[in-house]
Design a protein around this ligand. Structure first.
Ligand code: KG4
Ligand code: ZN
Length: 354
């Protein structure tokens, strides 16, 4: 085949018809999870493999960017191989390759983006750059494909806390966000201060079950003030309380702290859902795995008659099924991404939706 034929064939492959049989290979390397997944038709998860670097970073009390990039490099090929094997498909059946292009750690992002572009080139299929935050929005739909719109999503992760109105796939706007720390960041910082290890969210969630959530009346900042939230003052209040009361029981401190975070998140989510006239309320991001948040949001939604979607724990935390799903929607809505596109560490939600 001469080079002009090759080019025209590639162009026709890029103009792929996106439908229920379209298989997207998703790749996620934005932080400390190397993940690959095969998803058909936007929501049929054929396989989802996640290799976590938690143990590598735990002794440093947080993610070390250079170590993360090297670990992604080592894991990316075996993780993609495992995802293919588990799906029962081979590379020939892959119609497009999607990868997280931001936000995230630049070195980590580049590993996934470069691998995805290389695979797309070799397979002669479209490459799709995916916004990690947009992908968290789609995670809710992966577990419950029949969600009704408009949907209000509370997206709470280690780096982000935002309330997002989703009018239909691809059409959304942020209506509230944190003024300072993300909710997960607050969990991680409080846990670190109390020597509970990293990541702090799961450790606090577990210990809080044994404590008294009413023991300490921590502040609920900005409770009656718009849809934004703020957790930095709460973190300081925890630190001040421990310094003044060195004998306070850790289980009561974390139960009271968690209860303050959840009270604010639930109140703001319900307020935003009422403003929107939402049919569905969904959670996304790592903090959506929190057991108190899941319980309280369910109760509040039941009272207000909102259908609530709580993604499985595997779909709350970082994974590539949500990347493949977002990639499928992006392909259908706006087509593929040029191979000279880069990685964007500070990518915001509005950039990808514009
Ligand atoms: O979405 P994610 O996996 O990664 C980011 O994109 O940030 O979220 C990680 C965050 C961490 O801050 C972690 O402490 C928090 O999610 N997290 C939790 C729980 N599980 C994970 N926070 C509260 N309760 C949990 N059970
Ligand atoms: Zn995430």
């Amino acid at each position: 085949m001469n080079s002009s034929n090759q080019r025209s064939e590639r162009a026709s492959n890029r103009n792929l018809t996106v439908d229920k049989s379209t298989v997207v290979l998703g790749i996620e390397t934005s932080c400390d999870e190397t993940a690959a997944a095969l998803v058909m038709g936007g929501n049929d998860v054929l396989s989802s493999v996640v290799a976590s670097q938690l143990e590598v970073h735990a002794r440093f009390g947080g993610v070390v960017p250079e170590i993360a990039s090297r670990a992604h490099l080592e894991a990316i090929t075996p993780v993609v191989d495992q995802a293919l094997t588990k799906s029962g498909l081979n590379f020939d059946r892959v119609d497009a390759v999607a990868a997280t292009v931001g936000p995230g750690l630049i070195g980590a992002l580049l590993v996934g983006v470069s691998a995805a572009k290389a695979m797309a080139l070799v397979l002669d299929v479209p490459f799709v750059g995916v916004n990690h935050l947009e992908a968290h929005l789609y995670a809710a739909m992966l577990d419950d494909p029949n969600v009704e719109f408009p949907m209000l999503v509370l997206l709470v992760s280690g780096g982000h806390t935002m309330l997002v109105e989703v009018r239909e796939p691809g059409k959304y706007q942020i209506v509230g966000q944190t003024r300072d720390d993300a909710a997960g960041e607050a969990f991680d910082k409080v846990a670190r201060f109390l020597d509970l290890g990293y990541p702090g969210g799961p450790a606090i969630d577990k210990l809080a079950k044994t404590g008294d959530a009413k023991a300490i009346d921590f502040p609920r900042a900005m409770m009656h003030d718009g849809l934004d939230v703020s957790f930095s003052g709460l973190k300081t209040a925890v630190i001040n309380h421990v310094r003044k009361n060195p004998n306070a029981e850790t289980k009561n401190i974390v139960a009271s702290f968690q209860s303050a975070v959840v009270d604010v998140l639930v109140a703001k989510t319900i307020k935003a859902a009422e403003n929107l006239g939402a049919k569905t309320v969904a959670l996304g991001g790592g903090v959506a795995a929190n057991s108190l948040l899941r319980g309280e949001i369910s109760k509040a939604c039941a009272q207000k008659d909102f259908h609530v979607v709580l993604p499985s724990l595997a779909m709350c935390t970082d994974n590539a099924a949500m990347i493949a799903s977002a990639g499928w929607h992006r392909l259908a809505l706006t087509g593929d991404t040029a191979l000279d596109a880069g990685a964007y560490p500070n990518l915001g939600l509005t950039v990808a939706s514009a």
